[in-house]
Design a protein around this ligand. Structure first.
Ligand code: SF4
Ligand code: SF4
Length: 444
């Protein structure tokens, strides 16, 4: 690997830009997380674990699944290369400089390398530990900081996002949807089988309110009392995926507080990115004496909508829908949560539906949280690559379980001059139960 570009002090962290020398504890590092041994390149607040770094045997099996390696063929933009950069930083051979930051920033966090790795390398834990180190020690350019501050003052706040909508051209968002407020409690139809809490999500509730409405109808039809805790905010996923740890943890604690009081059996999520982070709360809040145990219980109760529907044998009759559906595996469902079979099982429960897999299914569509906003060129390339693969399957409909993927694939199809309805799988189940035409399709 060519590391000539990543010498100590190279890049913009040298001199006055770094607040504290690497290897020393920083102010935000809680005392509980101090480790006895100082690392040379990272501070001592949850640095990437050397033991996890050492698990990588450099075999390269992960390389073909890594979207950035696929695009650029650059070793430092591969999982193996990024782990090597972490190892060198950990050993103090390089600092958290511009080059290090660029290669880590370019990682989509898609976790395809995690499922591909035969040695069980926990890249998810490594990248999750590395990003906050960058946010603490690397001073980004003024414009980058400004743009990120803007994004994080907007996306985790549905009310602000909603207020911005008139400025965005979003024909798919109806005024009715913007005004809708789901009931706090909706009773199960027939015999009650579960009492579940529903996460509304930030992007989901603003851009894809019909997905939440469909989720509620399907859950109640399948015998679930549905609670939508009022005051639930952001789950913190966008912040956590971008290294804004304290902000992300604040959201996580608030969400636990909001759901805990309602005593639900299961917390249901229909946005893959949110679900993967909520299942990580136990790990993320492991040092917090007030929340560690509660976070564990909360994480244990989180299920993607496809998981709970696959667990509950269907009781609501399904009407046939004759459609060829291309199912796109959202990375945070397939790789991060290892949920692949359940969405397919749920779609197969609809008579008449043909589910087709998409070539190169393991490769990310380029959405990845705010990635498509901060790395638009790479994101567009990946989006169009995904759209081409989808088009090769000649589907009537595309189904995927993440709002970011829905937006990204729609945008890529539009750039290619194509229009195919994109739906959340639960919208198809809902249409089948109600015996109506799925949204975006017309009756023949
Ligand atoms: S991360 Fe896993 S698959 Fe990739 S090089 Fe290391 S050991 Fe091999
Ligand atoms: S998370 Fe995705 S983009 Fe990042 S190194 Fe792994 S495969 Fe590549």
């Amino acid at each position: 690997m060519d590391t000539s570009n990543v010498q100590p002090g190279n890049g913009s962290t040298s001199g006055s830009q770094r607040k504290k020398p690497v290897g020393l504890a920083v102010e935000h590092a809680p005392a509980v997380s101090m480790r006895p041994t100082q690392l040379a390149g990272f501070d001592l607040h949850h640095p990437p674990e050397p033991e996890l770094i050492a698990d990588c045997v450099h075999c390269g099996f992960c390389l073909p699944t890594c979207p950035t390696y696929l695009l650029w063929g650059e070793e430092m933009d591969s999982p193996r290369g990024r782990i090597q950069l972490m190892k060198m930083t950990s050993a103090g051979e390089i600092g958290i400089n511009a080059t290090f930051t660029a290669h880590i920033d370019r990682c989509l966090g898609c976790m395809a390398c995690v499922t591909a790795c035969p040695s069980g390398v926990q890249y998810d834990k490594l990248i999750e530990a590395t990003r906050p180190q960058i946010e603490r020690h690397y001073k980004r350019s003024f414009s980058d900081r400004l743009f990120r501050s803007f994004l994080f003052s907007l996306f985790p706040h549905p009310a602000r996002l909603r207020a911005m909508l008139p400025l965005l051209f979003m024909p798919s968002v109806s005024l009715g949807a913007l005004r809708s407020r789901p009931a706090t409690f909706t009773r199960a139809q027939g015999k009650r089988r579960r009492r579940v809490g529903l996460l509304l999500g930030c992007v989901q509730r603003v851009f894809f309110d019909p997905v939440n409405a469909a989720t509620m109808r399907v859950l109640t039809a399948e015998g679930c009392d549905v609670v939508v805790p009022p005051g639930q905010g952001c789950c913190g996923a966008l912040c956590m995926h971008s290294g804004r740890e304290e902000e992300g943890l604040k959201y996580a604690r608030r969400l636990i507080d909001a759901f805990e009081v309602w005593g639900v059996d299961t917390v249901v999520v229909n946005a893959a990115g949110c679900g993967s982070t909520m299942k990580e709360y136990a790990h993320l809040l492991r040092d917090d004496p007030r929340y560690a145990e509660r976070a564990r219980a909360f994480s244990d109760s989180v299920r993607d909508i496809s998981e709970i529907l696959a667990e509950l044998e269907p009781v609501a009759p399904r009407h046939p829908i004759q459609l060829r559906v291309a199912y796109h595996d959202a990375c945070h469902l397939a790789h991060a949560q290892r949920v692949r079979l359940q969405p397919r099982k749920v779609l197969h429960s609809i008579p008449g539906i043909e589910v087709v897999d998409i070539p190169e299914a393991d490769i990310c569509c380029g959405s990845a949280g705010i990635y498509n906003l901060i790395e638009p060129q790479a994101a567009n390339q990946l989006g169009e690559r995904k759209a081409q693969h989808i088009l090769s399957t000649h589907p009537d409909v595309i189904a995927t379980a993440n709002p970011g993927c829905l937006l990204q694939i729609n945008a890529a199809l539009q750039r290619l001059g194509q229009r195919i309805p994109t739906l959340h799988p639960v919208e198809l189940v809902d249409a089948s139960i109600r015996g109506v035409v799925p949204p975006g399709l017309t009756k023949e």
